[in-house]
Design a protein around this ligand. Sequence first.
Ligand SMILES: [Cu+2]
Length: 488
Amino acid sequence: MKRRDFVRLGWATMIATGAGKLRHALGEQVPGPAQQALAAPLKPGAIERAADFSLQIAPMMVELAPQVVISTIGYSNKIPGPLLRMREGQSVVIEVVNDTDVPEYVHWHGLFVPSEVDGAEEEGTPPVPPHGRRRYQFVANPVGSRWYHSHTAAMMDLHRGSYTGQFGFLMIDSANDPGHYDQEVFLALREWQYFLSTVDQDEMAADPNDPRPEKPARPELRQNGLEVSAPLYSINDRMLGAGDPLRVQPGQRVLMHLLNASAAQIHRAALPGHKFQVIALDGNPVPAPQPVDVIEIAPGERVDAIVEMNNPGVWILGELRNIARQSGMGIVVEYANQQQRAQWTPPPKWRWDYTIFGTTSPHPAPDQTIDMVFEKVPGGPSGINHWLVNGKEYPHDGEFVFRQGRRYRLVFRNRSDDSHPLHFHRHRFELVEVNGKTTAGIQKDTVIVPAFGRVTVDLVADQPGLTLFHCHMQQHMDFGFRAQFRYA
Ligand SMILES: [Cu+2]
């Protein structure tokens, strides 16, 4: 399929899902008793602009595999939610109807939008009220793979926020994208049925040669608290083998948009016999695209990669850890006219290293350096771990202050034994150093700071307004791992 066909198909889907919103605009939708707490009525004479997209937040069932049906909350009864595809600079209106009993926030992850629209309570975005609706209006920017997801605090309730199925892809297309590929696929990595456990499923065995620049001299003697685990895994809404295979032809170039929509786990994916040519991280083209055997991707991150289909057979694109893959995190890649059993072989020795996708250009000197130290307060065997940013849990007095136009160097010092995907709302930053290796030109909005590791980034303060910073693991965020930046 050529890109043009895909786009047409995308619009067809939107038109189909848009039927409801059209009816709504025409006033045909009859509000149920639950829908009476709607937004304020329009001023007399005002004409409400028809929404470009609509999302309905509601309970739904997901058939992950035959006889594996779970219930969750999703967007418009789809997992992932509807693909929201827009052009750079397009002014879009997204109408969100909340058919649940709790307030919700839809966060537009990776977009440059004002705080009131960003979808974060901390920044002052109003919620989508329970059994009400809210319109989000913004200009689509910047170009690339973005996504949207619930930004509601969950705390101990593992059926709220990012523990639910409230996530979807949001693509901002450039007007002049040449699109050198034959097929485009969207792969969201997920776990389901989260529960609390003393086992930390997230970590792969650490490489003893890993640098540990932030490892404290004194070992932690307190016992770790409960972590979030999950028994079921999927790519999009299907467990490995339960959905349609990804059908390819020899010689095709397949553009894969990977998203880690997990609330709790970093994932590593491989496709035996093939390499991923990584072209963009968090939707932003990298200066030095490179082929890799394994993609490591943390909650919140996106990786765009081209795979050349040059090894006919039937393969499993899957998570490296057997437990995750065998519990569903994989998809069969099937070449035309091949019928054998799908093959998995572990990849050769690998190491995920952001810096290989960058350049060696020097960075302009920052106006100010801000040190951020992250520590864990272990919760003990029956409690939850709490998280400190510079010695305090969120919220902090005064928080952090940006001055518009200034260049900040942020030094993330992870003094804990977990890796954390750190996310800046409404901004992006450039990687400067990862555990002592320098790089330039890699723009991201979420970055993994490895266990006891150090990552330095540069950020130009060019998006005035309250700005939330947090770990993208829901439990870490809820229990202290947050900070707010404000503009002076
Ligand atoms: Cu974290």
